[in-house]
Write a new protein. Structure first.
Length: 332
């Protein structure tokens, strides 16, 4: 593995743009190649982000001998196919969330990577952001005592006509996998595997969820109240209430601009500065992948395979409770 990680990007959509922009803040990485099934789109994307190579097929990208790692940025319904393609060509994979459409596909992807000794990690950027690390530090130091309640939301109004990606079952459409995954991730990252799941949703005509409300119960007795919607703008905030205090994650809790507040007896407590950088915040996970590759790891010690499987299994159970099914579920 060379000192500088040479990245390829598979898929040239909006989130790929943000990742490509943030690679410039990773000192020991470069964007070498991009690929789209639309060659003109790949060339335009390459020119904007100054990659050396642009391909009109994903097969050409994964066959490029100079690419060390590939960021899979296609819709989640295509992640299994594209991650397996990368693994078959021995390319390290950073796969956007949702990692797969269900836990069955996620296990197949992880097992393939383990068998071929190839690195794979779910691109859950929130887990690598400085404010998330601050929250974990506050909890581990006992600042809020035992967690009792987690509340989190994510909502925006989908465009009219709606983007097909948001509502197409074959692509894993629906609020849960697109944005509800953030509140669910936060709850289980703090409290572990839920022992009971309650959920209800409003369906879109295609059968996927247009909005969803979820309650998770944990072995400790803690509860999480979570919701996601494509029908309304919500605060996109999270509250973690414990026996000794409360943490508020505000200003879009999942991203790099989020703020963290610690309150005890309803009064704010100084928690010190939170590290901030230019960019969208994807550079933190990219740096981590580079560190893992230089250590010849096939699994991140931060976003572990078991973390991804727990998240996918929880999402599967929520969908079962609500009656949300995808054609990919028939492969189980």
């Amino acid at each position: 593995m060379s000192r500088k990680i040479r990245w390829g990007i598979l898929g040239c959509g909006n989130i790929a743009n943000k990742f490509a922009e943030d690679l410039r803040w990773v000192e020991d990485a470069e964007l070498l190649a991009v690929a789209s099934r639309d060659e003109k789109k790949a060339i335009e994307f390459s020119g904007r982000h100054k990659s050396k190579l642009a391909f009109g097929s994903y097969e050409k990208l994964v066959s490029c001998p100079d690419v060390d790692a590939i960021y899979v940025a296609t819709p989640h319904g295509l992640h299994r196919e594209h991650a397996l393609l990368c693994i078959a060509h021995k390319k390290a994979v950073l796969c956007e969330k949702a990692f797969a459409l269900n836990s069955f596909d996620a296990k197949e992807m992880i097992e393939a990577a383990r068998m071929d000794r190839v690195f794979i990690m779910e691109a859950f950027w929130t887990k690598f952001l400085p404010q998330y690390e601050k929250v974990i530090s506050l909890i581990q130091s006992g600042e809020i005592g035992e967690i009792k309640i987690v509340q989190a939301d994510f909502g925006f109004k989908a465009s009219t006509p709606p983007n097909p990606r948001l509502f197409e079952p074959n692509l894993g459409g629906g609020a849960l996998l697109d944005i509800g995954i953030y509140p669910v991730f936060l709850a289980i990252s703090l409290l572990g595997r839920p022992v009971e799941i309650f959920a209800t949703m409003k369906p879109f005509p295609s059968g996927v969820d247009q909005q969803i409300a979820i309650v998770l119960k944990f072995e400790s007795g803690a509860l999480a109240s979570l919701n996601a919607t494509f029908e309304a703008v919500t605060p996109v905030e999270a509250t973690i209430a414990g026996s000794e205090g409360m943490i508020r994650m505000t200003n879009r809790f999942h991203n790099a601009l989020g703020n963290v507040e610690l309150l005890k007896n309803s009064e704010a407590v100084d928690i010190g500065p939170i590290h901030r950088e230019q960019g969208h915040g994807y550079q933190f996970e990219a740096r981590h992948v580079g560190d893992c590759l230089r250590k010849n790891l096939i699994e991140s010690p931060v976003m572990r395979h078991d973390d991804t499987l727990l998240l996918m299994e929880t999402l599967d159970k929520i969908r079962t409770v609500c009656g949300i099914r995808y054609p990919a579920d028939e492969r189980k």
